[in-house]
Write a new protein. Structure first.
Length: 597
């Protein structure tokens, strides 16, 4: 059976890691040119029973207003002045190796459980060089909003050709563990709880020696232990590269020229080991060229599903059946765009942009494809609404990778931040090889570009890749970290004028420790919002696992209802806005001690 429970073991782990938490604050110490002609659109299968095909569901189109009314979010870049100095080196030497094009993921983790999120940055170096000749990944400890390089002190010496990082608590002990995706062997580092990490890839059974890109942790079977989904990309060897040409000259290979590697799903056994189970559980599909993954509740049941962005081939939506997964992206309208084309899908953001309580998906793509917004329409699946909400023209000249959907200024409306940058300096089109990041905001279901007023950083050009969000300075709003190729990381400090807000950090007891997969309903005054804590998203990066919800019309207090992945429902009443809370499953809420400064 896929669904299984190891609650006795979980109870032991929790009891040892949250002492007395019922009475006190818990101790929580690349891609492509446009490829529509290269992909044959499959015939449309019959929809699932009682689920109409998405294209026949009558949904009125949005009517975009002509001008944006209001003020968008604003950020100041301050990585270097806060000690966060790291540059991803792709190691390019003119050979046009395909693996040089997409690396640069970043991740937030709380390595010491002090409430201040720390930073993990992957590193590249020469892709065809030796391990000893490459620079190591870097770990930075956050001490009150300033960062210190503790890589060596933490016992980390990761010299694979890095692509991305996925942070999770694989054993439920309250300390964040790190999985690094590489071109070649990936690595799992277990947090020892004393500021150091131990490599445990082989003993845990999560070794993957392919070209991996993104990865994500989430409990998929309700046993409180997170599974690990790993996106694999192409069968490409930088030591013996496939020769590619354009107009008779050496060129960066196109994804259509290279065979795909299937993704892998590692099932957590609850004892420190994992089983490779993608084939058995049905999380594999034809033409898999995975670059990004999002895990969340994409339909109306209580089981988390998996969405995978593929490059130039149809995307996947693996619906959780309780005994495995069923691939349903084409049935539900998120395999292809509205024209029936498979696009170069790099990154994915998840959020409820229209406030209907359902999670929508936003995908980044190649230049001249535009990014794509899939609106979740419920029983009918999803609908591509990119053109009707004004997004097509705004994103057509960009080549996007990492992306997030957040309410950055807590005005009750979602914003989208995208990291852009081309893959080929010899054949860069659209906005060119180095490109500016983009900030969009929604108003009356129409999207507007507010990049020009977002801060000086947005006038600069980068070859940007990873994007990860966190409240690193504990002031109650989202800050942004971006990984850039051959340029320093950027730390964008949120300086927006904002409305009322509520920040929530979840601690699972019978559920997964970090709360991934939990669904919340917030009722303040006459406004009710539904939010999820999703797994994965963006590109090759990891966010701080918290929720920050804008409450622009908040009354004195409201009600928060949490539906945990373990099945429990918890109701918290008389919750005041403008505070940071830790919520322990089926116990109580506490003021986050790290937020009291």
């Amino acid at each position: 059976m896929f669904r299984r429970r190891h609650l006795p073991l979980w109870t032991v782990l929790v009891a040892g890691s949250i002492p007395g938490c019922a009475d006190s604050v818990p101790d929580i110490s690349p891609n492509s040119e446009k490829t529509a002609s290269a992909v044959t659109q499959p015939s449309t299968p019959s929809p699932p029973e009682n689920r109409p095909a998405f294209r026949f569901d009558p949904i009125p189109e949005a009517k975009p207003q002509r001008t944006f009314q209001g003020q968008g979010p604003r950020f100041d870049e301050s990585a270097a002045e806060r000690g966060l100095v790291h540059t991803y080196q792709n190691g390019a030497t003119g050979q046009l190796l395909m693996v040089e094009s997409i690396g640069g993921g970043v991740g937030w983790l709380d390595m010491d459980a002090d409430g201040f999120p720390d930073v993990y940055g992957v590193q590249g170096g020469r892709p065809d060089g030796t391990t000893d000749s490459r620079p190591t990944d870097r770990l930075f400890r956050n001490v009150g909003g300033r960062f210190f390089n503790v890589t060596e002190l933490a016992g980390l010496d990761e010299r694979g050709y890095g692509q991305g990082v996925a942070v999770g608590d694989c054993d439920g002990d309250g300390f964040d563990d790190v999985y690094v995706t590489n071109v070649g062997a990936n690595t799992l580092y277990r947090n020892n709880g004393d500021g150091t990490f131990s490599e445990m890839t082989q003993s845990a059974g999560v070794q993957d020696s392919h070209w991996s890109s993104s990865a994500a942790w989430a409990d998929l079977n309700g046993d409180a232990f997170p599974e690990l989904y790993v996106c694999n990309y192409l069968e490409y060897d930088p030591y013996d590269p496939f020769p590619c040409e354009k107009d008779g000259l050496p060129a960066l290979c196109h994804p259509r020229q290279i065979d795909a590697w299937p993704d892998e799903l590692f099932l957590n056994n609850g004892d420190g080991t994992f089983d490779a189970a993608a084939q058995r559980l049905g999380t594999s599909g034809p033409g898999n060229k995975g670059l990004a993954v999002a895990i969340g509740h994409f339909n109306d049941d209580d089981l988390p599903d998996i969405y995978v962005c593929n490059d130039t081939t149809a995307n996947f939506l693996f619906l959780n059946t309780g005994d495995g997964f069923r691939e349903a992206a084409l049935d539900l309208g998120v395999a292809l765009n509205t024209s029936g084309d498979a696009e170069a899908s790099m990154g994915v953001a998840a959020g409820d942009y229209d406030g209907d309580g359902r999670i929508d998906l936003y995908l980044t793509h190649f230049t001249n494809e535009s990014n794509t917004l899939y609106r979740n329409i419920g029983v009918g699946g999803f609908r591509d609404v990119t053109g009707s909400v004004g997004l097509q023209a705004l994103t057509m000249p960009r080549l996007g990778f990492g992306v997030v959907m957040r309410d950055f200024n807590c005005d009750g409306q979602q914003d989208i931040f995208t990291a852009n940058g081309h893959i080929d300096h010899n054949n860069a089109d659209g906005d060119g090889f180095e490109q500016p990041s983009q900030l969009l905001t929604v108003q009356n279901e129409a999207w507007f570009d507010v990049t020009e007023t977002a801060g000086a950083y947005f006038a600069e050009r980068r070859v940007a890749r990873g994007v990860a969000t966190a409240d690193f300075d504990q002031d109650g709003d989202w800050d942004v970290l971006t990984g850039n190729q051959n340029a320093p990381v950027a730390l964008l400090v949120n300086e927006s004028e904002r409305g009322h807000w509520l920040k929530l950090r979840l601690v699972g007891v019978a559920s997964e420790r970090r709360g991934i997969g939990a669904r919340l309903t917030l009722a303040f005054g006459e406004t009710t919002q539904s939010v999820q804590l999703t797994g994965g998203t963006s590109f090759a990066s990891t966010h701080q696992p918290v929720l920050i919800v804008g409450l622009p019309d908040a009354q004195l207090s409201g009600t928060v209802t949490i539906k945990w992945t373990g099945g429990a429902e918890q109701v918290l009443r008389d919750i005041r806005p403008d505070q940071s809370l830790i919520i322990v499953e089926e116990r109580r809420a506490f003021t986050d001690p790290a937020s009291v400064q």
